[in-house]
Design a protein around this ligand. Structure first.
Ligand code: 6PG
Length: 233
């Protein structure tokens, strides 16, 4: 499903509202909320809005477990760390118990082992998975042509990205498919070409990895949706 918004702010407000609604429903239904965060810049404002609204959602965060879909192999206090970005934007404000914040230990020099350790604690069916999409169509740290796109068994692997920081740990197609609900956040004219490829019926996900994301709600702004014809995502 594709939801188009006039601008980045309205996209982020809607995504934050959806995360809160799903989270409240999960806590009511099964006593906890398993939220997988996306990296990059786009989710930053969504996280800030969740922090701004933290007072009205104290109970939700008390029962929330936070994970990441991918991480760069840098220290957790490095400015390019996805964990660091989320901590700065919201985690230092939300009262999620520290034991419920499950960052990827990507600073471990043995990134293959770190991926296996993380996979072992990652939920079988996380309630919400947040994803972004790069201008060339990558999602998480699954880049065009990556061997990780062929992974059918492991849920987290170490990869070499074509952009800095190159060494990363990422969820794989089976892990993405295991999420109960997926919200993909896409903003900016530079994403329009990849978004068209995602929504087109032609082509496969090896060249546009975000095409592997199925049954998701795509939150896109007008700039990213420019030139789109009706399509399914
Ligand atoms: C990462 C992200 C990545 C991100 C896209 C979009 O670690 O970089 O997981 O998949 O979502 O690169 O990034 P922007 O939101 O910064 O455009």
């Amino acid at each position: 499903m594709l939801c188009e918004f006039p601008d980045y702010e309205s996209l982020c407000q809607a995504a934050a509202r959806n995360i809160l609604l799903i989270g409240q429903r999960c806590v009511a239904e099964h006593g906890q909320f398993e939220l997988v965060l996306a990296g990059g810049e786009t989710p930053g404002r969504v996280y800030a809005i969740l922090a701004e609204r933290s007072r009205e959602n104290r109970k939700l965060w008390e029962y929330t477990h936070v994970y990441w879909g991918d991480e760069r192999c840098v220290p957790p206090d490095h400015e390019q760390s996805n964990y660091y970005m989320a901590r700065q934007a919201m985690l230092d404000t939300l009262r999620i118990p520290a034991s419920q914040i499950h960052r990827i230990p990507a600073e471990d020099p043995n990134s293959h082992e770190a991926a296996a350790i993380y996979e072992a604690i990652f939920p079988q069916e996380p309630d919400v998975l947040l994803l972004g999409m790069g201008a060339e169509g990558h999602t998480a740290s699954l880049f065009p042509g990556s061997a990780a796109l062929k992974e059918t068994r492991r849920r987290f692997v170490a990869v070499e990205a074509p952009v800095e920081p190159r060494r990363r740990i990422t969820m794989t197609p089976p892990a993405i498919a295991s999420a109960r609900e997926i919200l993909v956040l896409v903003s900016g004219a530079d994403k329009a070409g990849a978004l068209r490829r995602v929504l087109s019926t032609a082509g496969d996900f090896h060249q546009t990895p975000a095409r592997l994301v199925r049954n998701a709600v795509w939150f896109v702004d007008q700039d990213a949706a420019k030139g789109l014809t009706e399509g399914k995502a």
